[in-house]
Ligand binder design. Structure first.
Ligand code: ARG
Ligand code: ZN
Length: 845
């Protein structure tokens, strides 16, 4: 049954202190949970605690054992009538970490115990008021076998430790900061630890510890360096300092998502911790730094100030994604970072916002909370924060944030509280801006212009529309480009459904560069001539607009070729590409300019699209460019090769550029040898993987040899083998379905490991669209078969993987009906988890 934002009520009871004891055993872990309760206001309602998949052992009220007639238990709660206003409850439960394949609550990752409590996993550990506005100080004692689990970790500071009988030992932790249960964490196992320290701006020493599986310590240095950079960046940028004496990060191989910001004890998917020169790509390095930053930044935006209820998730996630994006932009090329943010938004978030699960960044109705850790809440949420930053400017944004922390430190608050703090601190009216929190869908800006030569006036009109919803406050950055030295830049506040601006003293018809730095998460309808786009590409000051103009030009021709496959591309397009290739721009940026808009970025904007025709069109444009400009691509490819390996920005940019060039060159018949050459000579994973993914996209005789060689080299590196599985699943020929069966039967494959499951399933659905969408429907069928299995193993992972099957609105009628047929089958599956149920029902509604 759905829950509604409108139904929020404050809790009837508070929990001020929690004292937990875990006696860790593989299949029977005992949890003793002592809670100190107080009644909020005068009422005589019973206490209702959340609890799921736990076995209740005993309940004590103020030290007295309760008879089982004194409380009621069902499969999601424990209800107890209490007549006191202040009382102690001790609840003992038993749980089974070994069989917990859903990876929520306490579970095992290999031999290690670990927890994931956000959003509602703590109730799988013990009975509790499992909601973010109930905040308590936690003390946690962990008891386990000393040999199996030399490291026993939980939140906060270590306050006691010692040996026990039977080869056991214990460690006790205390976290002085009151927190909701979703930030609780426990980890126990045998790890290697990388230790370091950080001196905060106020002069406190913080111990930094990264726990990894034995043998991986050399892969933790980049994460440690990233953590220190993040700590320094948050001090410099926002004046925010770390608050405990210790900061721990644990890397585990079994994890549903990227990472989790538990107070003082982050748990990470090992994919976002481990990296070294030979086994990690440049993208891996980037992502490790970004996720380390993200979780660290949560300590203020999420932990010190948390969410009142889960509908407010974007309060912490949108803000923290914005912060990690700014961090990445400061550590790397700001323009390239921004371009990559926008690609994610356009290729995935826009699709979500146009699909059956569309929701505002502050959802109003939720069936399964885990389904709302979405691109909308995270990425669009970050865009909303960015718009505030743009509207207020950097200094006022900082003032607003300062007020937010001084008002709400230690509290659980709402998105409105946040916006009100920003408004109050800066004296800005943000009432209309708040609508961004309650509207779903991507606004469309329709732009028209008129140049009045006589009066030297330029008139600009922008209309906004989004399913008849009220007008939003949309910041629109523009540049007017004329033959004058300086472009004329403005930040427009679009607040009406339709609005016009007049610019005076414009001596010639300007070219409009729209949405500089992508100031708002919107689509635009503003057809510009090839010449205008070419002008923006070279003359706009804003690098995002330069890049975007190129993407628009390419989009135009890809769509035309799709409708008219025989047409030839105009010389002007070749010239544009020729000048990109020969220009003296930064390599990383050039690589972005040369990258064609992806299938996913394009597919949504075409009605009744035959995906194969779209893929063919992209391919044709790519091949035509490669053919026409082969010598230039080759020259650029060779010029970007580097003697040794280094990991600075320049080297990373050159690798990106080289590998984009490679992806063009391999579309030509006589360039296959480049692949094996690059594979053989590569001294880093970026180049190796680039060669292999080109080989998978254009499979030749040699592909199997290269893949086999790679598998032998890396068979004992889990993260690299994930890459191998993903490459195999993206092989672009009709042996793919046999290949998929082989992969699922591979001794190293397991649906129980989310990374591995995604390596095959998501790689197939995302990187192999030609076969996922093949006319027989076999691709859809394959996905459904896996979802049926995953439903019983790990509903959260299943629910993420279903995405491409529910976003079918723009596909042709035949494919839509094949997909619906498959979804109906899934809908009828008995014991369908509510994660999948919610999405399938929405898709078929
Ligand atoms: N708070 C975590 C993060 O953003 C993610 C938690 C995701 N939880 C979930 N149930 N999907 O870093
Ligand atoms: Zn987060």
């Amino acid at each position: 049954t759905p829950r509604y934002l409108a139904d929020y009520r404050a809790a009837y009871f508070s929990i001020t202190r929690v004292d937990l004891t875990f006696e860790l055993e593989h299949q029977k872990t005992r949890v003793t949970n002592q809670m100190h309760f107080t009644r909020n206001k005068a009422h005589n309602l019973p206490l209702v605690l959340d609890g799921e998949q736990v076995t209740l052992v005993s309940v004590k009220l103020d030290g007295e054992i309760l008879a089982s007639t004194e409380y009621q238990v069902d499969d999601h709660s424990l209800t107890l009538a209490v007549d006191r206003d202040d009382f102690q409850l001790e609840i003992v439960t038993e749980i089974n970490p070994a069989d917990n394949t859903a990876l929520e609550g306490l579970f095992k990752s290999g031999d290690a115990y670990c927890t994931q409590c956000e959003a509602e996993g703590f109730r799988r550990i013990s009975y509790y008021l499992d909601r973010p506005d109930v905040m308590a100080t936690f003390t946690t004692k962990v008891i386990a076998d000393k040999r199996q689990c030399p490291h026993l970790l939980s939140n906060g500071n270590k306050i006691a430790a010692g040996n026990l009988a039977n080869g056991k030992h214990f460690v006790q932790w205390h976290d002085p900061f009151p927190k909701p249960s979703y930030l609780f964490a426990l980890v126990a196992g045998d790890f290697e630890v990388l230790r370091d320290q950080y001196l905060t701006m106020s002069g406190r020493d913080v111990a930094l510890e990264i726990f990894v599986d034995k043998g991986n310590i050399n892969k933790a240095h980049h994460a440690m360096a990233s953590l220190k950079r993040a700590m320094a960046w948050d001090e410099q940028t926002f004046g925010l300092e770390y608050d405990l004496d210790i900061y721990m990060i644990v890397a585990v191989d079994f994890f549903n998502m990227g990472a989790m910001e538990n107070k003082g004890l982050n748990v990470f998917n090992s994919k976002y911790v481990l990296a070294d020169e030979t086994s990690a790509t440049d993208v891996d390095y980037f992502n490790v730094e970004a996720v380390i930053g993200h979780e660290y930044f949560h300590n203020w935006t999420g932990n010190r100030v948390t969410c009142r209820d889960w509908f407010q998730l974007s309060l912490k996630e949108g803000l923290t994604v914005f912060r990690d994006q700014q961090f990445s932009a400061d550590m790397h090329s700001a323009a390239v970072t921004r371009i990559q943010n926008v690609r994610v938004l356009r290729s995935q978030q826009f699709a979500e916002d146009a699909g059956p699960m569309a929701h505002p960044i502050r959802p109003e109705k939720v069936i399964e909370m885990n389904n709302f850790y979405t691109l909308t809440v995270y990425e669009k949420g970050a865009e909303v924060i960015r718009m505030l930053h743009t509207i207020l400017g950097k200094e006022k944004f900082r003032q607003g944030l300062d007020l937010y922390f001084s008002r709400f430190d230690g509290m659980a608050v709402t998105c409105d509280d946040f916006i009100n703090a920003m408004a109050d601190a800066t004296g800005t009216d943000l009432e209309q801006f708040k609508l961004w929190y309650s509207q779903s869908g991507t606004p469309l800006l329709t732009v028209s212009e008129y140049y009045d030569e006589q009066n030297a006036q330029y008139h600009l009109t922008i209309a906004q529309s989004n399913n008849e919803q009220p007008a939003l406050h949309i910041p629109v950055g523009i540049e007017l480009i004329t033959s004058e030295q300086q472009n004329d830049a403005h930040l427009l506040a679009l607040t009406k459904a339709k609005q016009s601006w007049t610019f005076e003293g414009v001596k010639e018809k300007p070219v409009l560069a729209l949405l500089t730095d992508f100031t708002a998460p919107v689509k635009t309808n503003f057809p510009q001539s090839d010449q205008a786009l070419a002008c923006i590409m070279t003359r706009a000051d804003d690098e995002f607009c330069r890049w975007d103009a190129g993407q628009k030009l390419l989009t135009t021709y890809i769509t035309r070729v799709m409708k008219q496959p025989q047409m030839s591309l105009p010389d002007s397009l070749y010239q544009v590409f020729e000048s990109i290739l020969s220009a003296d721009t930064a390599a990383a940026f050039k690589a972005e300019q040369l990258t064609l808009p992806s299938f996913n970025e394009l597919v949504d904007s075409i009605e009744a699209v035959n995906p194969i025709a779209l893929l063919d069109a992209i391919e044709t444009v790519k091949r035509s460019l490669a053919k026409q400009l082969a010598p230039l691509f080759l020259k650029q490819y060779q010029a970007s090769a580097q003697a040794g390996y280094s990991h600075d920005g320049i080297a990373i940019g050159k690798r990106a550029l080289k590998n984009v060039c490679l992806s063009y060159l391999v579309t030509l018949d006589n360039h296959e040898h480049l692949l094996s050459q690059q594979y053989q000579s590569a001294n880093n994973m970026t180049d190796t993987l680039a060669a292999l993914s080109c080989a998978a996209a254009y499979p030749s005789q040699e592909l199997n040899t290269l893949m086999a060689d790679f598998a032998i080299k890396w068979s004992d590196n889990t993260l690299v083998m994930d890459k191998w599985f993903a490459l195999q699943a993206s092989i672009n020929n009709d042996t793919i379905f046999d290949k998929l069966s082989d992969l699922m039967a591979h001794p190293l494959f397991s649906l129980k490991n989310p990374n591995r499951a995604r390596a095959v399933i998501a790689a197939f659905t995302q990187n192999n669209p030609r076969y996922f969408h093949c006319a027989s429907g076999r691709g859809y069928q394959f996905l459904i078969e896996q979802l049926v299995l995953l439903n019983d193993i790990n509903p959260q992972v299943a629910s993420r993987l279903i995405t491409p099957l529910i976003q079918f609105k723009s596909l042709d009628a035949k494919r839509q009906s094949m997909i619906k047929e498959q979804l109906v089958k899934l809908q009828q599956h008995d014991k369908l988890a509510k994660d999948l149920q919610e999405k399938v029902d929405a898709a078929l509604a």
